[in-house]
Design a binder for this molecule. Structure first.
Ligand code: PLP
Ligand code: COI
Length: 354
């Protein structure tokens, strides 16, 4: 399918690269394509970034038929721009689509569209340390009727936002609270997908945590409320003695691409890594007896985010003396050197946009 180009006649002024924040500034263009059950995907185009006009009965507004992805374009030291494992995001988008009965995208076409779009917006890829161009592909049901039924119309877009650190803390440790009331997902549900509803259902707990000075909540499994799952926008890893323990993929947590990359990098560093169930009791005991050496979250937006304080059942524990643990720092450096093209890409994880 051809991608039609309709370029803006009034490009925006570039932002102050020192004050990007996360997801507040958007580039000049967006990629859009439409789908219906008869034609399949059609009318792929890059057009000026702007508001959408949607029917008030559109499925997405009523029944939450929406999925998204998050990946980044990085400015390499030689000035070129590269993506990190974008094919994994596209594959996961299709897994999410399958769960929500939304249409699948053609993976090769979507990768090509992503690269063309980023190449066009290249001047928006920042170069200051820790900054990147965050890419947000999303897909939603767009039927103009209130019946709950198979989707016949959908829309797929990619928007882009130059970003700095996701948390105001940057690489400094964040405070995380274990949530014991609300649950985010259950097996058989949508926990393993990136659907908007997962995030909508997590906001109440997030707000409560924020009111007490915590950055995000750490979710427990939805059935026994016993096992550690993930944080609002990242997977979690714990260094217990000399082993990195991370919750296994049971179907209720997101199979993070950063998680998968970290596991590989840690193993290459010679670390023992266990993907398994980790109960909150085991974690609490490890905090009490000092065998919990480090904890961090990992995700595209959050990169590697050390956890300096964990609260469980009203008791706060300091982790790694509230600082950045040695392994967290090493993992951050190793991963980000690959992402920003400062180290050789021996895994074939990156691809340039043109
Ligand atoms: N878990 C949740 C709930 C997330 O939103 C994210 C972010 O995408 C992650 C984990 C980490 O996934 P990834 O490393 O693919 O960005
Ligand atoms: C990402 O890391 O890409 C995410 O999607 C997290 C987010 C919800 C901001």
């Amino acid at each position: 399918m051809e991608i039609k180009m309709n370029l803006t006649k009034s490009p925006k002024a570039k932002p102050d690269w020192n004050k990007l924040g996360f997801g507040k500034i958007f580039t000049d263009h967006m990629f859009v394509m439409d789908w219906n059950s008869e034609k399949g995907w059609y009318d792929a185009r890059i057009e000026p970034f702007g508001n959408l006009s949607l029917h008030p009965a559109a499925t997405v507004f009523h029944y939450g038929a929406e999925i998204f992805e998050g990946l980044k374009a990085y400015r390499r030291p030689d000035g070129e721009v590269q993506l990190f494992r974008p094919w994994e995001n596209i594959k996961r988008l299709n897994n999410s689509a399958e769960r929500l009965s939304l249409p699948q995208v053609d993976e090769a076409f979507t990768l090509d569209a992503l690269k063309k779009f980023v190449a066009l917006e290249k001047d928006w890829v920042p170069s200051l340390p820790g900054t990147s161009l965050y890419l947000r592909p999303f897909l939603f049901g767009n039927d103009e009727t209130l019946g709950v039924h198979t989707i016949h119309n959908a829309k797929f877009l990619i928007i882009a936002s130059p970003v700095g650190a996701y948390y105001a803390e940057g690489l400094n440790p964040v405070k995380i609270m274990i949530e014991t009331e609300d649950v985010r997902a259950v097996r058989g549900g949508t926990g393993y997908t990136k659907c908007g509803g997962n995030y909508a259902a997590s906001m109440r707990a997030g707000d409560r945590a924020a009111a007490e000075g915590y950055s995000q909540v750490l979710w427990l499994d939805g059935v026994e409320r016993k096992y550690i799952e993930e944080v609002g926008a990242m997977n979690v890893m714990f260094l217990i003695n000399d082993t990195v323990v991370t919750p296994k993929l049971t179907g209720s947590i997101l199979p993070g691409i950063t998680r998968k990359s970290c596991i590989e990098l840690l193993k290459e560093m010679g670390c023992k890594v266990e993907e398994r169930l980790l109960s909150v009791d085991e974690l609490e005991k490890a905090m009490q007896d000092g065998t919990l050496k480090e904890a961090w979250g990992c995700g595209t937006a959050a990169v590697i985010s050390p956890i300096g304080e964990l609260r469980i059942n009203g008791t706060s524990f300091t982790v790694a003396d509230g600082g950045i643990g040695k392994l967290s720092q090493k993992l951050y450096d190793t991963l980000t050197d690959i992402q920003w093209g400062k180290a050789p890409d021996t895994h074939q994880w990156t691809c340039k946009v043109d």
